[in-house]
Design a protein around this ligand. Structure first.
Ligand code: R1P
Ligand code: URA
Length: 234
């Protein structure tokens, strides 16, 4: 087995991958969007599949929740399996009155409460930004599909419950809180690969609106479509 967390043989993972936090969302994407999908991972139940989308080889795999978890999977995917384009497709909580439930948020950048970047850069801030080429493509794809999408900053938090008051950042234009994008963008910069994060607003922290866990697992297909179209766009 090439890595401690992924049992795929070399060559079984495409160089383009969608990364939902929830492994069952990975299975849903494989079953509903990919052709001839073959499962390549079930270590710790972190399901991964490779198939084709519109004739192009694409993979999808869960990352688990939080920056330590996505950092393990993204590092192994990049360093061992040679993945070059990684797009997170996740859920997020809105902290902005203009960003509504079920809207798409395409992260241009991610603030973070995490110390993981500070381990490498203790004396200055390192801005976590997505890849502009992927960002530009995703924005236009979402626009052409007529989707309600927003591009800007998100907050990647270490904690789902408690922690620093991220809601305050909404007043500075930050759109939503999630838990993985900053680490993915950081690894993209470190390893010179392309990364992006597209989230669907699953709950609104200011208004208290929310969606069910079943909806979060099985619907939110717009971000999956935008993610896949972005991965295969020339
Ligand atoms: O729906 P996913 O992709 O897991 O993303 C969000 O949901 C989880 C918290 O419920 C965190 O992983 C957060 O980033
Ligand atoms: O990390 C997350 C994901 C969804 N909603 C939140 O409030 N936080």
């Amino acid at each position: 087995m090439p890595t401690p967390h992924i049992e795929a043989q070399l060559g079984e993972i495409a160089d383009k991958i969608l990364l939902p936090g929830d492994p069952l969302r990975a299975k849903f994407i494989a079953e509903n969007f990919l052709e001839n999908a073959v499962q390549f991972n079930n270590v710790r139940g972190m399901l991964g599949f490779t198939g084709t989308y519109k004739g192009e080889r694409v993979s999808v795999m869960g990352t688990g929740m939080g920056m330590p978890s996505i950092s393990i999977y993204a590092s192994e995917l990049i360093e061992v399996y040679g993945v070059k384009k990684l797009i997170r497709v996740g859920t997020a909580g809105s902290i902005n009155p203009d960003v509504h439930i079920r809207d798409l948020v395409i992260a241009q950048a991610a603030a973070t409460t995490s110390a993981i970047i500070r381990h490498d850069f203790p004396t200055f801030d390192f801005p976590m930004i997505s890849d502009f080429d992927l960002l530009d493509k995703a924005f236009h794809i979402a626009k052409n599909l007529g989707l309600n999408s927003h591009v800007g900053n998100v907050l990647s938090s270490d904690l789902f419950y408690g922690g620093p008051d991220g809601v305050e950042l909404g007043k500075y234009g930050v759109m939503a809180i999630e838990m993985e994008a900053a680490a993915l963008f950081y690894l993209g910069a470190k390893h010179h690969v392309q990364t992006l994060a597209i989230m669907t607003i699953s709950d609104h922290i200011l208004t208290g609106e929310s969606t069910t866990s079943e909806e979060r697992q099985l619907t939110f297909t717009d971000m999956m479509k935008v993610g896949l179209e972005t991965l295969i766009a020339d």
